[in-house]
Each structure stands twice: as structure tokens, then as C-alpha cells.
Design a protein around this ligand. Structure first.
Ligand code: ZN
Ligand code: ZN
Length: 359
């Protein structure tokens, strides 16, 4: 018997991984190490990964595409261990950022930069194929789904570029048309809402109002650059935002929670000519007050992150124009990943934003 099964992978082609066994049933266990199955694949040895709110959705049984037996995780940085014959831009030993979106680069959706809807990829990692919360991961279409790690960039900060930074930026800031001098409200001060707050500042809006139920998260939002915060626990968030904007409402209302109540706040605070930019993953229908909104010249946008902004965010990170490391609150070893899930899943008590898991 090997007393330390987590160290046995090198000889037995096994590894340790966080496996979803159905709602409420994560397990950290031995799993077969992935192998190259297509010439466009790469095998990446994980260096650092993290847990996403979407992983918690999967564990609740909310994500039908994710079947029991799946290794979770769609974020991380690692080192290439092996590449398929068609991969020419990466070689073993290269350090890489793993994108949460897999893109073939060739299908009609990819040719339109709609990578999230790639016919051969999209969000499949840790969902329809095994993910990054393991010692090794197989990345299909490696050339267009991985990014070389830029020399001198902090690898923990980099993990934030797998998903939450491009998500907050593309779905919230870009779709929300944040502009210099504009007014922005972000409903939800969790990791993705805070990522939107950080990246909204690229455009120097005049006001960024953060809305959340959790006073601690609002304190963090103030440190991250919010110009005002509104605690929505009293049910009067809309009145508070209208008072802060002299009754006009905001040019950009970003929904970063994914429940009907927060979407409805956005509907009620968007100014004429403004945008409601949805980021949240919704599991229930919301009511749309078209009888009030029909003449207000607003737009409502939805998006699954395409990760088209990843090269730009890498440049901004390298130039120290953004500090996503602010989002990291906890560190764990891969062997303690169940403890990491517990900490991340009880964010109100633990104050967790993003946790770094070291393989
Ligand atoms: Zn995610
Ligand atoms: Zn494609």
C-alpha cells in the first residue's frame, strides 16, 4: 500500500483530481492521467488553479451538461508536458495560461471571434471534458486555447485571467459600453463583480456604484475603486442609486449575481439611453418591465465570455495597469482542495473571494 497516493502518479500514470460525482458529491481521488488524443492537444501539468462560482453551480446540480465522473475546474496556469503532432507554437516545458474557453480557431463562430460558441469547444473544460482541478489536464486545440506566460508576470495574478477578468470585462464593461465620464452600477460585489469594477476603470467612468448585501464585500469594493457603495439588504437599493445619480439612473447597470432580484434592480436603475449588461448565470426566469422600458432607448446584453480580451489583459497585467491579485484571499494545496471548496462555498463567513490552489 502506498501511504501517499497523491505521490504515486508518476509511475502508475495516475494522478489526483477533484471529481464531481453528482449533486453535493465532490471527491478528491485518484484518476487516470490524461493523454494526447488528438494532434491538436496539449497535456499541461497544473501549477496553480482556482475554484469558480460556476463550480459551485455544478455541485448543486444546476449544470446539466456536466456529468458525474467529471474533473472540475476551468482556470489555471501550468507547464506543458506534451503536445500533439499538430501543435507547433508550444513545446514541452513552456509555461502557459489556460483559457476557460476552448476554441478551435477555424469554425464559423471562431472566425467571428465568438469563441464561447466554438462548434468544437466553447466552455467545455471542467464541464464536458475533464478540467484543471487536477495534477494534469488535456487541453484540446492547444494553440488557440492556451497563452504563453509573459516573463515576469505574477502567476497567481495570471490565474485571474483564465476566466473572471475577461468575464467581468467583456460581459460587463465592454457590453455595458462603459465610457469616460459615464456612470456605472455593478450589482454584486463577488469576484466577477469586482473584476468588472477593476476593468471598468480602464475607461475612467465618473462614478462606479457597487451594490451588495455583504458589508465586507462593499468595503473591499471601496478599496478597489468604487466611488459609492449601496447595501441592498434593506430592499431600497434602487432608491439609493437614484439618489446618488440625481434621479437619472446609471448609463451602465452590470448584473453580476444571476438571480431575478438583482436583474430587476438593474432594470430599475438604468438611465434612458443606457445598457443593462448581464454577467450572472441565471437559473430562473426574470420579469422584464417592458411597459416601463419600451421608450427608454436602453439595451440589454447577455454574453458568455469569449476571452477575446485575454491578449489585451495580459498586456495590461504585464504593464501593471491592473492588479488582479487583489482578488486572492486564500491559498491551499491541491491535497486540501475539499477544504478550499468549503472555504469558497462559505464566502459570507470566510470572506473568500478567489482561492489559489497549488498543485
Ligand atoms: Zn468560471
Ligand atoms: Zn471554433
Amino acid at each position: 500500500m502506498n501511504a501517499h497516493p497523491q505521490f504515486a502518479q508518476s509511475t502508475q500514470a495516475n494522478m489526483m483530481a477533484l471529481v464531481y460525482h453528482g449533486p453535493g458529491e465532490p471527491a478528491f481521488e485518484t484518476h487516470a492521467k490524461p493523454e494526447i488524443t488528438a494532434p491538436t492537444d496539449a497535456i499541461v501539468k497544473i501549477v496553480k488553479t482556482t475554484i469558480c462560482g460556476t463550480d459551485l453551480h455544478i455541485l448543486k446540480g444546476d449544470v446539466a451538461t456536466c456529468a458525474p465522473g467529471r474533473i472540475l475546474g476551468h482556470e489555471g496556469v501550468g507547464v506543458i508536458e506534451a503536445v500533439g503532432a499538430a501543435v507547433t507554437t508550444f513545446k514541452s516545458g513552456d509555461r502557459v495560461l489556460i483559457s476557460c474557453i476552448t476554441s478551435c480557431g477555424k469554425c464559423p463562430a471562431c472566425r467571428r471571434q465568438l469563441y464561447s460558441h466554438c462548434e468544437n469547444g466553447g466552455w467545455i473544460l471542467g464541464n464536458q471534458i475533464d478540467g484543471t482541478q487536477a495534477e494534469f489536464v488535456r487541453i484540446p486545440y492547444a494553440e488557440t486555447s492556451l497563452y504563453p506566460v509573459v516573463e515576469g508576470v505574477d502567476e497567481e495574478a495570471l490565474v485571474m485571467l483564465s476566466d473572471i477578468l475577461p468575464t467581468g470585462f467583456e460581459c460587463g464593461v465592454l457590453n455595458g459600453k462603459v465610457q469616460p465620464g459615464g456612470t456605472v452600477a455593478i450589482v454584486g460585489s463577488g469576484p466577477v463583480g469586482l473584476a468588472a469594477l477593476l476593468t471598468a476603470q480602464f475607461y475612467t467612468p465618473a462614478e462606479i456604484i457597487m451594490i451588495d448585501l455583504d458589508g465586507k464585500r462593499l468595503e473591499i469594493a471601496t478599496r478597489f475603486g468604487a466611488t459609492a457603495v449601496v447595501n441592498s439588504a434593506d430592499g431600497h437599493a434602487v432608491d439609493a442609486v437614484m439618489a446618488l445619480t440625481q434621479g437619472r439612473g446609471v448609463d451602465t447597470a452590470i448584473e453580476a449575481v444571476g438571480i431575478p432580484a438583482t436583474f430587476e434592480i438593474c432594470e430599475n436603475i438604468v438611465a434612458p439611453g443606457g445598457v443593462v449588461a448581464n454577467i450572472g448565470v441565471h437559473g430562473h426566469p426574470v420579469s422584464l418591465s417592458l411597459e416601463r422600458l419600451w421608450d427608454r432607448n436602453i439595451a440589454i446584453t447577455t454574453r458568455l465570455v469569449d476571452t477575446v480580451s485575454t491578449p489585451m489583459l495580459l498586456n495590461s497585467l504585464k504593464a501593471k495597469r491592473i492588479d488582479p491579485k487583489l482578488l486572492i484571499t486564500h491559498h491551499f494545496k491541491l491535497a486540501d482542495i475539499l477544504k478550499a471548496y468549503d472555504t469558497f462555498g462559505h464566502a459570507a463567513e470566510t470572506g473568500a473571494l478567489k482561492v489559489i490552489i497549488e498543485a
